[in-house]
Ligand binder design. Structure first.
Ligand code: AMP
Length: 143
């Protein structure tokens, strides 16, 4: 069955257009990174290309190099900012995989020995905690 077309009213498209707020840690010509509002762990960040696609399956391959360059930068920054033992990278494609927002994005989640991930799209984090964590990541990105 053919997959649905890209919908410009998805929540990340609105964030990219500045129509709804986000705690941004990075922005360049092609990519934005901001805090996940329902983090699976402290410092959970989403890295999002500006170019529209539902997910990896319909993305222009030209967007992937710049996207993963930022994924690596953010992974290094969250590891440093939270003194993490490791970093999990997740990316979902279509509902069967667990995707809930239909604009390509990559999850970057700091990990700590012996501590499990919280549920995907679980609890909303307090805005002040997200702001504080975003500041730590921005500082690590600028080091
Ligand atoms: P996925 O299931 O991979 O599509 O993940 C979508 C992610 O976006 C989830 O981890 C949600 O917690 C997160 N999310 C949903 N709405 C927002 C929002 N307004 N700002 C930041 N993150 C969001």
């Amino acid at each position: 069955m053919a997959e649905a077309a890209y919908d410009t009213s998805n929540i990340f498209a609105k964030i990219l257009r500045g129509e709804i707020p986000s705690h941004r840690v990075h922005e360049d010509d092609a990519v934005v990174a901001f805090m996940d509002v329902m983090p699976q762990g402290p410092g959970h960040t989403l890295v999002v290309p500006k170019a529209p696609s539902r997910n990896l399956l319909d993305a222009d391959p030209a967007t992937l190099g710049p996207l993963f360059t930022v994924v690596q930068k953010v992974a290094l920054a969250v590891k440093k900012a939270f003194s993490a033992d490791g970093v999990t990278i997740l990316q979902f494609n279509e509902p069967a995989s667990g995707q809930t927002v239909y604009h390509l994005h990559v999850h970057v989640i700091p990990r700590f020995d012996g501590i499990a991930l919280k549920p995907h799209t679980g609890q909303m984090e307090k805005p002040e905690v997200l702001a504080e964590n975003a500041e730590k990541i921005r500082a690590a990105l600028n080091d």
